[in-house]
Design a protein around this ligand. Sequence first.
Ligand SMILES: Nc1nc2c(ncn2[C@@H]2O[C@H](COP(=O)(O)OP(=O)(O)O)[C@@H](O)[C@H]2O)c(=O)[nH]1
Ligand SMILES: [Mg+2]
Ligand SMILES: [Zn+2]
Length: 317
Amino acid sequence: MGEHLEGRVLRLDAKVCHVDLGDRVVLAAPRGALFEKLEGVKNPITVGDLVRIDPDGDPVHVHEVLPRKNHLSRVASSHDPREQVLFANVDQLLCFGSVKKPKFSSNRADRILAACLYHEIPATLILNKIDLDKKGLAGEIEETYRAAGVEVLQTSVETGAGVDAVAELMRGKTTALYGASGVGKSSMLNKIEPSLELKVGHISRHWAQGRHTTTHSSLHPIPALDAWIVDTPGIRVFRLHDVNTRELRDLFPEFAPFAERCHFPDCTHTHEPECAVLDAVESGELSVNRFASYLELHDEAAPPPDYVPDAEPDEDP
Ligand SMILES: Nc1nc2c(ncn2[C@@H]2O[C@H](COP(=O)(O)OP(=O)(O)O)[C@@H](O)[C@H]2O)c(=O)[nH]1
Ligand SMILES: [Mg+2]
Ligand SMILES: [Zn+2]
């Protein structure tokens, strides 16, 4: 057997990995043993993984996945509760949204930002299409997310505002990109690195809704910035994996100063009386959209492992 080489997974097709060895890209099939101890994980290998391969094998195999610096997971789908690891080993995530066309989705942003906080991946909100913002919505959105501890950049690919700042954020780093179709991700990347020649418009949406739906990410170099980007297409709803209701509270950090004043020390801010978080939402001190996202995620989350349900009074003898 030849010497094992180390490489980085650029993408996965069915069960074949494209592994970048630095001087060349090879196709390699994951060893069967990697699928044996999955314990609720759908995919043993993901984009961005550092792997060891035997380049002389026939076929070439991925023998080992090296320990990850970080990763981002979600629930695979509404029919499949397993953990799907979307990518690994990134320096940051840029969450793209547009002020208009399409309208900014707080729910979409809040889900991915909560996941990034949970997985300790630094995230920045890129608020694009500010050239269309006649009502000054961008300022309000920026204020909401800054209060939540998220960096925000207002941009317009149309006028060029903020584009250099996005490029500087990406310089020398591996950056995951996330955002709804149509918000301007491809346009932004083409402006930053025209050689990428990404398709702009509604083509991707057409494919995303057809039979060719892909939830696979892919890793691309941007040599001019000494950077890499991870593209994450085709995610309609991002469901947090394995975050319980108690952990969820910490993923909305702007609630914390108010939560200290809730009547119940373990207040979930969902139904309790004298809830200072709910009061702050009603008085406009906390964002009603963020709170709505929290309630939805709370509904989807499991209780903490030590949770003991209240005895139902009418079940008592
Ligand atoms: N007005 C305006 N339109 C933009 C801006 N950025 C992108 N677009 C347009 O929005 C549409 C979708 O852009 P695209 O880059 O394909 O979005 P993606 O799906 O996120 O990759 C295209 O028609 C772009 O020309 C912007 O800053 N302002
Ligand atoms: Mg695109
Ligand atoms: Zn409360």
